[in-house]
Write a protein that binds this ligand. Structure first.
Ligand SMILES: [Zn+2]
Length: 76
C-alpha cells in the first residue's frame, strides 16, 4: 500500500513539474513584450478586399472592418 501511495505522489509531482515547465516555456514571449500593441499591431481583415491591415488603420463596418482603400470604404 505504501508503494501505491509513493507512486501516486510521484505521478502528481510529475504532472506539476510538466505544467510548470510548459508554463515557463509559454510565458516568455508574452511577458517579454512591454507594449504588445506597439510592437505587434493587431491585424484585422478587410471585409471587402480581404487585405490584412492594422486595426488602428481599419474602418469599422457592420460586417467587420474595411482597409484604407477608398474603393473598400465606398462599399462600407
Ligand atoms: Zn479593402
Amino acid at each position: 500500500m505504501r508503494l501505491l501511495v509513493f507512486l501516486l505522489l510521484i505521478a502528481i509531482v510529475a504532472v506539476i513539474v510538466v505544467k510548470l515547465v510548459k508554463g515557463a516555456l509559454a510565458s516568455p514571449p508574452s511577458a517579454g513584450d512591454d507594449k504588445p500593441g506597439a510592437a505587434n499591431p493587431q491585424l484585422v481583415r478587410c471585409a471587402s478586399c480581404g487585405a490584412f491591415v492594422p486595426r488602428a488603420d481599419a474602418l469599422p463596418s457592420p460586417d467587420g472592418f474595411r482597409c484604407s482603400d477608398p474603393a473598400c470604404r465606398a462599399n462600407a
